[in-house]
Design a protein around this ligand. Structure first.
Ligand code: FMN
Length: 256
C-alpha cells in the first residue's frame, strides 16, 4: 500500500510510478484526511510506502497529522519506505518520518530523495518549459533507481537528524485578515480550491468567493490549481507561473 500526499502532482506521479512497478494500491492522504478515514489493513501487503513532498526540510504538517491518526493492522515485519519529493533537498524528512512511525511501533526501512520541480513559488519561480522538461527527465532517472530499490526492498537513506518533526499548520482566517492567501476578482467561483484543500480550510461564500478559515498546511494546491490563477500568497506569487504535474487526474484515484 502506498500513502501519498500531493498538492501539485509531483508526489502523486512518483506514487503511481511505484505502484505500477509493485502492483501496490495507492491511497491519497488528502482524501483520507477529508473523509476521516484512518484505518487500513496491510496484512496482505509486502511493502508500505509514504510518498510525500518535503516542507521546510521535513514532513508536511498534514502528513504528520495523518500518520499520528493512522491505525494500521498487519504491519509487523513489513518493508516500510518513504519517498520525499523536493525542489532541492529532503533535509531531515526521512529521520522525521522514522521517528513518527517509530512512536507508533512501526519500523522504518529507509527514505529516498527525489529532486523535481520546486512548487514553493513564494520563494522560487517555476523554470522555463525547457528547464522543466530537463528536470523531469532527470527526476525520472532517479525515480527508476528508487523503484528498483523499493522492488528489491533495499534500505534507503536515513540521513542526518530532523530539526522539526513536521512543518506546523498555519491558522488562517480571511475574516480577521490573518490569511496571506488572497483571491482576486478573476475568481470564477468554480470551487476547485475548496475541493482540493486537504484540511478543509477553504470555504465558499456565494457572493464573495472562497475564503480561508481554519488550519492550512500551506501545500499551495489551491494557488497552483486555480484555473484562472486568481489565488496569490500576498504579493510574493503575483505574476509567477503556476505548476501542476502534466497529465494527472488529481488525488482521487484508488481511494482506499
Ligand atoms: C510549504 C512548502 C515548503 C517546501 N519546502 C521545501 C524544502 O524545504 N525543500 C525542498 O527541496 N522543497 C521544498 N518544497 C517544494 C516541494 O517539496 C516540492 O515541490 C514537491 O515535489 C511538491 O510535491 P507535490 O507536487 O506532490 O505537492 C516546499 C513546498 C511547499 C509548498
Amino acid at each position: 500500500m502506498i500513502f501519498f500526499f500531493s498538492a501539485t502532482g509531483n508526489s502523486q506521479y512518483a506514487a503511481q510510478r511505484v505502484a505500477a512497478a509493485t502492483g501496490d494500491s495507492v491511497v491519497s492522504i488528502g482524501v483520507a484526511m477529508k473523509d476521516r478515514h484512518f484505518a487500513f489493513d496491510v496484512t496482505e501487503d509486502e511493502r508500505i510506502g509514504f510518498v510525500v513532498p518535503t516542507f521546510a526540510w521535513t514532513l508536511p504538517g498534514v502528513v504528520a497529522s495523518f500518520i499520528n491518526k493512522l491505525e494500521l493492522t498487519g504491519y509487523r515485519d513489513k518493508y516500510v519506505y518513504a519517498i520525499f519529493t523536493c525542489g532541492e533537498s529532503c533535509g531531515g524528512g526521512p529521520a522525521a518520518i522514522r521517528e513518527l512511525l517509530g512512536r507508533k511501533g512501526i519500523g522504518f526501512s529507509g527514505g529516498f530523495e527525489l529532486v523535481t520541480i520546486d512548487n514553493f513559488i513564494v520563494w522560487s519561480t517555476i523554470p522555463s518549459e525547457e528547464e522543466v522538461s530537463r528536470k523531469l527527465k532527470a527526476a525520472d532517472v532517479i525515480l527508476d533507481e528508487i523503484i528498483k530499490s523499493v522492488c528489491a526492498k533495499k534500505s534507503g537513506i536515513i540521513s542526518g537528524e530532523y530539526k522539526n518533526l513536521y512543518m506546523p499548520f498555519e491558522c488562517f482566517s480571511s475574516s480577521d485578515g490573518t490569511s496571506k492567501l488572497i483571491v482576486s476578482d478573476d475568481c470564477v467561483g468554480c470551487g476547485l480550491c475548496v475541493m482540493m484543500c486537504p484540511t478543509g480550510a477553504i470555504k465558499m461564500n456565494e457572493e464573495e468567493g472562497p475564503y480561508w478559515d481554519g488550519e492550512c498546511s500551506l501545500c499551495l494546491a489551491c494557488l497552483h490549481r486555480c484555473p484562472v490563477s486568481a489565488i496569490d500568497y500576498g504579493t510574493d506569487t503575483v505574476g509567477k507561473r503556476r505548476w501542476k504535474y502534466p497529465g494527472l487526474i488529481p488525488q482521487t484515484i484508488n481511494k482506499y
